[in-house]
Design a protein around this ligand. Structure first.
Ligand code: CU
Length: 130
């Protein structure tokens, strides 16, 4: 009985060990809450534990299982959704599909989404409906 417990404990330890969880953070092009939502939904896949996009610094932080995904794959997913990342660009086709107010490559759009200093999140009133 004792040895059974021991092997079970060992198996558990091995299972935990086999799951390699890693957190990465990199730049992703995006300007508004819609981008944030799109980015986070895009990363809602098997193997990703947490994905969070910050509009403050345009960085996404992803905690994922390296057994199921690798970093290149994460970039690829984002590129497919139309977002450029620090290491690879979205195809023009994919980029064209993002909403007009999300054209983060356009300097005019970037400017329109700049809200001066501070990090208040109450800037919904100057957006059109989305
Ligand atoms: Cu957007």
């Amino acid at each position: 009985m004792k040895s059974l417990f021991f092997s079970l404990a060992l198996l558990c330890a091995m299972a935990v060990n086999a799951q390699k969880i890693q957190t990465v953070s990199f730049w992703v092009g995006g300007v508004c809450e819609m981008c944030e939502e799109r980015i986070e939904n895009t990363l809602d896949v098997k193997g990703v534990k947490v994905a969070e996009y910050s509009l403050e610094n345009h960085k996404v932080t992803i905690t994922y299982n390296t057994k199921k995904l690798n970093e290149a794959k994460l970039h690829e997913l984002l590129n497919k959704a139309g977002h450029d990342t620090a290491s690879s660009k979205a195809s023009d086709d994919a980029y064209e599909k993002v909403h007009g107010c999300c054209k983060y490559r356009d300097p005019e759009v970037q400017k329109a989404h700049q809200h001066g200093e501070g990090d208040h999140h109450d800037h919904d009133d100057d957006h059109d409906d989305h």
